[in-house]
Design a protein around this ligand. Structure first.
Ligand code: IPE
Length: 258
């Protein structure tokens, strides 16, 4: 059975510029689509912070260490769990047997590098045909007090652990472009990308506003993944039936990074 990691980006599950607003119709549609193939794969679903996590992390400065306002960290975790619960409910209602797992409870970093990761529960869930549902989260950091681990980084770590050869990144646009498609109308979609071209490509990208570094950081994760033989596939998570097509190796429009 093939192992797969699916990352649901923040702009697929929330309205990125509206704090605490979920795209509930898209979440439900995705749950329904995943239910159609969940029994055929070993699956881990990871989701981002969107306008829950990024909003709160930025508000309290949690990406810069323990916040001055102590409760900020507690609020971040509470809001991420709230978003996670909304997704879990949707998945369960559509028949996807998810088990929510919080990274902050099973992981420690040191200067943002993973220092300890107690992932046994993830493996045990998969062994019993359950689907771990994980999310970008804060984690305690030995040097910085705390840090933010993105859903993208987690997707790569989990892909390594479960032996996945593909990570499917569902984002809010068609794929990876040679420049920002929201700023340039001559931006071109890159269908196939050799990871060695990534360092050169991200020179064109402007510094990201979100707490985990936006597209450039996503591509650096894809770079690290490709180096160890894991493909990253970027698709538009808002397009109907696309996840299923990619999972089943059917033709699709998006970006494959190898
Ligand atoms: C961010 O995770 C997690 C927090 C802000 C707590 P991601 O970086 O994976 O989130 P999205 O997909 O960009 O929203």
């Amino acid at each position: 059975v093939e192992s797969l990691v699916i990352k649901l980006g923040g702009s697929v599950i929330t309205y990125k510029d509206k704090p605490f607003q979920t795209r509930i119709h898209d979440i439900n549609r995705i749950s329904k689509e995943i239910a159609e193939f969940v029994n055929d794969y070993n699956l881990v679903i990871v989701h981002g912070g969107g306008s829950f996590g990024h909003y709160v992390a930025k508000k309290y400065g949690i990406h810069m260490g323990l916040p001055k306002i102590k409760l900020g960290l507690s609020i971040l975790e509470k809001e991420m769990r709230r978003l996670n619960l909304i997704i879990a409910e949707s998945m369960i209602n559509h028949g996807v047997p998810v088990i929510p797992i919080s990274p902050s409870s099973i992981m420690i970093t040191k200067n943002k590098n993973i220092q300890a990761f107690y992932y046994n529960a993830i493996l045990e869930a998969i062994k019993r045909d359950y689907v771990p549902l994980i999310y970008g989260d804060f984690v305690f950091d030995e040097d910085l007090g705390c840090s933010i681990i993105s859903g993208d980084q987690l997707s790569l770590e989990i892909a390594k652990i479960i032996g996945a050869k593909r990570i499917i990144f569902c984002i809010g646009v068609t794929g990876v472009y040679n420049k920002d498609p929201k700023k340039y109308n001559d931006a071109k979609l890159i269908r196939n990308l050799d990871y060695k071209e990534i360092p050169n490509l991200i020179k064109n990208f402007s510094a990201a506003e979100d707490v985990t570094g936006g597209l450039a950081n996503k591509l650096l994760v894809a770079y690290e993944a490709a180096k160890v033989g894991i493909q990253s596939i970027f698709i538009n998570g808002l397009q109907h039936n696309l996840i299923k097509r990619v999972v089943r190796n059917e033709e699709f429009i998006g970006t494959i990074i190898f």
